[in-house]
Design a protein around this ligand. Sequence first.
Ligand code: DGL
Length: 267
Amino acid sequence: MQDRPIGVFDSGLGGLTVAKAISMVLPNENMIYFGDTAHLPYGDKSKEAIIQYSTRITEFLVEEKCKIVVIACNSASSNAFEEVVKKAGTKIPVLNVIDPVVDYVAGTESKKIGIIGTKSTIDSNTYHEKIHHKKKGVYVESMATPLLVPMIEEGFIFDDISNAIIRTYLSRREISGIDSLILGCTHYPIIKNQINKYYNFEVDIVDTGKIVAESLRKLLEDNEIANRTSAKSSNKFYVSDLTHYFELISRMFFEEEIKIEKLNLWK
Ligand code: DGL
């Protein structure tokens, strides 16, 4: 069990921010990454569609003998977590990206938390409910920022277009006066620098990757399935549709030579 890979999935590139953090925190572990680019964005889809995609990917990761499934997508974590847990079965633990972030903010002094994410994540109210359950007396505001995922997937990252879109969203009244901002979509850490600049580095920008990777380390240890050997082979990356930008940005972002294979699970 210890030698088996960790299964990680997202609708596209975003989950690579989590995969990257996992590879830094747990360098001995092998990963199988699935980016469902054919169905991207999940943020605009119905709960039923997100459940259907997420459970099929989970089935694939289980067939590939993954020892754990990491839902590296907030939209799927907030809409399909229970169904993914059911599909994975009792022997394979599932980690979503929301619970570790909620535990993190509950342990801070933050008084006014902002959350940005896709429509499906924000509309699900999952962050609000979980934060209020863990931390009393905190003010939580959220806002859907649906243009950010297509912007990132199209490669608009460090330019005038991305800066204008980021500024327009973050200057809205809905999330004014916050002291921390949860990046409630795994795509957003790719533009974390611009977000930090917008706030003059005065707001704590909570980025999922490292927090989730640390939580994964604990889960592997608690379940006694961490890879104790240094026999790492290599990570595998699959996408349901291979686009030029996915290849380009994933290589730039992951900073390692990665081989991406197209795999249509819905044929
Ligand atoms: N990266 C995903 C998330 O964390 C999904 C983005 C999308 O496909 O809309 O929500």
